[in-house]
Design a protein around this ligand. Structure first.
Ligand SMILES: CC(=O)N[C@H](C=O)[C@@H](O)[C@H](O)[C@H](O)COP(=O)(O)O
Length: 221
């Protein structure tokens, strides 16, 4: 069974800590991953070589690996190069997530996908629109994720999951994972009802600073 098949209908927990977070430590990311596994996660989404390595060392759950790289020459920041994608696969990520938006990029998507496949991994193409999903799947992605919806200048800016994009993807018969601003269990279930292959939740489970801010702001009046 392919690793994507194993994730069908399941929850993937994104375990990431950004620079400046008190949780920014690969040991802690490994602990977050174990807590997610204990709670029933079927897969993990992990950023950076050190964190992928740390998580691979403590769990056999499938890992969706990515890097976040700020570059001067492009706005593409999720796994922008095939060298990074291949390294993630070598460190044990069964799936590599990469930016598949239609913005100018350092390397053509086809090259990236071929490199990931040659390294023995599958591709999750992070997109922000239906058009990008079509292009990524035409170019050979194994699935797309709604990860970047709301994070490109031309996609709908929302505070909720992008339900309309999920409906468009489903209507077009395109295999997609739901990701981005899923903050409640009911929303995860709703994404599944709307056709998501699997559902990725990050901040609402693994970013306590963000969750605290939701509560603090609610009390601010
Ligand atoms: C846009 C972007 O860079 N998203 C990143 C992709 O890996 C992560 O920062 C998000 O936490 C992840 O997508 C999960 O989303 P949420 O934290 O909203 O559940």
């Amino acid at each position: 069974m392919s690793v994507l098949e194993r994730l069908r209908g399941q929850l993937v927990v994104s375990c990431q800590a950004d620079p400046g977070s008190p949780l920014r430590d690969s040991y802690i990311i490994g602990r977050l991953a174990l807590a997610a596994e204990l709670g029933g996660a079927a897969g993990l989404r992990v950023q950076g070589f050190a964190d992928v390595q740390a998580v691979r060392a403590v769990t056999a759950l499938p890992i969706i690996g990515l890097t976040k790289t700020d570059r001067n020459d492009t706005d593409v920041y999720i796994t922008p190069t095939s060298a990074e994608a291949v390294r993630l696969a070598e460190l044990g990520a069964e799936i590599v997530a990469l930016d598949a938006t239609l913005r100018p990029r350092p390397e053509p998507l086809q090259n990236m996908f071929a490199a990931v496949r040659a390294a023995g991994a599958q591709v999750m193409a992070d997109i922000s629109t239906l058009e990008e999903a079509r292009a990524a799947l035409d170019a050979g992605a194994d699935c797309v994720g709604t990860t970047l919806a709301g994070y490109t200048p031309y996609s709908r800016a929302l505070t909720t999951p992008d339900w309309d994009l999920m409906d468009e993807l489903r209507a077009a018969g395109l295999p997609f994972a739901a990701e981005g601003r899923i903050s409640l269990p009911e929303q995860a279930a709703e994404a599944r009802r709307r056709g998501a292959l699997f559902v990725v939740v990050g901040s609402a489970i693994t970013r306590p600073d963000v969750i605290t801010r939701w509560y603090a702001q609610a009390l601010d009046g």
